[in-house]
Ligand binder design. Sequence first.
Ligand code: QAP
Ligand code: CO
Length: 167
Amino acid sequence: MPLLNILHHPDPRLRTKAAPVSVFDSALATLAKNMLETMYAAPGIGLAATQVNVHKRLIVVDVSEDSNAPHILVNPKLELLGGRVAGDEGCLSVPGFYERVERAEQINVQAQDVTGAPLTMSAEGLLAVCIQHECDHLDGKLFVDYLSSLKRNRINKKLRQLASERD
Ligand code: QAP
Ligand code: CO
């Protein structure tokens, strides 16, 4: 199975708002499978379709120790419940940087599975944080948007530098 290419911040394509999925075909299932494989290979705990330059509302997450609890969420809708947690977040599209971000501690999620069947789940802790982070990607939002402009500008500068050294 091929690994997908991951876009890196500040690529403007990461700012695209993803469209709802309406066709639940084998191409969608293949995309979800390849996203999981790409996430595990990184290694990472979450990946949104936006990050592989597919602008559809699809995320994959797995925060388990043994990489054996994948969630594929299509057209996810979040309900933020009680509690705030602050934790260090990273992102496969912002490689090498981890910063403190505050999120809701508990959430409910309404989504569809890869066949289009409705799916609901509740999550807390790291899983809840990861789902919120990935859903942000579908709206063109990155964790660096929550940081001070000083921190964000430093990260932008460094990543531009690294990108220019590569090509
Ligand atoms: C989102 O991020 C997340 O910088 C998923 O060099 C992360 O999987 C939510 C990664 C933390 C909550 C907490 C990042 C891999 C992976 C890097 C990831 C890197 C290699 C990030
Ligand atoms: Co991310």
